[in-house]
Design a protein around this ligand. Structure first.
Ligand SMILES: NC(=O)c1ccc[n+]([C@@H]2O[C@H](COP(=O)([O-])OP(=O)(O)OC[C@H]3O[C@@H](n4cnc5c(N)ncnc54)[C@H](OP(=O)(O)O)[C@@H]3O)[C@@H](O)[C@H]2O)c1
Length: 251
């Protein structure tokens, strides 16, 4: 299907990560010129960009306001931004033991980084503009042991998404903002954690008894970014989690 993305300039934040790299490749396959963003993984971003025609790399800590502004100055003009970067702290910690320091760091790396990314993109918007945020099923169903991450992703998927959707049309009447909410996805974030036993446990509330591939998530990011496939779709969340209905709370 024609996506209408050919020739567009796209920034993929977290392009050095598993899902971001898949997004960069998927946009490039549509004929886009991709800016592959990284934070600490410059080598990984460069390896992804080297595979793609017309791709460049750009680094920034997205929790740092000045670095985000410099990133968008360098990357502009952009047609699309896929805000993929995020951090899931792997250690299970209940709220009553959760250090304030971790809470703040997780909110910063997921919510504040997404806010600064959206702001940087919209300040320099050209054309119609499409922004795709990446949340998580943690933001829809919560995640015991990870209340910090679930709260940040919930804010991205609800308060931020729904406000942005109505704000962007003030600067560009056809601008759209949508979100993808992946469930467990094979990536460096989950490496070593998704064995057969885990898949059996997490898929008890899912129709499809498997985890997602980064390409499953990337395909939906591209579909939402496309002005042809999703031209009248804004403020929506596409959940990529095999039909997940929630959590198993008790054994
Ligand atoms: N994998 C899953 O099961 C899953 C499930 C639901 C949602 N998600 C969400 O999907 C997105 C991508 O995750 P992934 O699985 O691809 O994880 P990943 O492979 O660990 O990639 C995370 C990416 O975020 C970047 N990043 C982290 N902190 C940053 C910061 N302060 N500033 C700028 N960039 C930063 C990393 O950059 P560097 O590596 O260059 O430092 C990396 O590119 C995240 O938002 C995550 O929360 C993932």
């Amino acid at each position: 299907m024609e996506t209408g993305l050919a020739g567009q300039r796209i920034l993929v934040t977290g392009g050095s990560g598993g899902i971001g790299a898949a997004c960069a490749r998927a946009f490039a396959a549509e004929g886009c010129r991709v800016v592959v963003h990284y934070h600490r993984g410059r080598d990984r971003a460069e390896a992804v960009a080297a595979e793609l025609p017309d791709a460049t790399v750009a680094g920034a800590d997205l929790t740092d306001e000045a670095q985000v502004e410099a990133l968008f100055d360098r990357a502009a003009p952009l047609d699309v931004c896929a805000a993929v970067a995020g951090v899931w702290p792997s250690e299970d910690v209940p709220v009553w033991e959760l250090p304030l320091e971790r809470w703040r760091a997780t909110i910063d790396a997921n919510l504040t980084a997404t806010f600064l990314t959206a702001r940087g993109f919209l300040r320099r918007l050209r054309g119609d503009g499409s922004l795709v945020l990446v949340g998580s099923t943690a933001g829809l169903f919560g995640e015991a042991g990870h209340a910090d991450y679930a709260a940040a992703k919930s804010a991205v998927l609800h308060g931020l998404l729904l406000s942005l959707k109505n704000e962007v049309v003030r600067i560009a009447p056809r601008a759209r903002v949508n979100a993808v909410a992946p469930g467990w996805t094979e990536s460096p974030m989950t490496r070593g954690l998704v064995d057969e036993e885990r898949v059996r446990a997490i898929s008890r509330t899912m129709a499809l008894r498997k985890v997602a591939s980064p390409e499953d998530v990337a395909a939906q990011v591209v579909a939402l970014a496309s002005p042809v496939v999703s031209g009248h779709v804004t403020g929506q969340i596409v959940t990529v989690a095999g039909g997940m209905e929630g959590r198993v709370v008790h054994e």
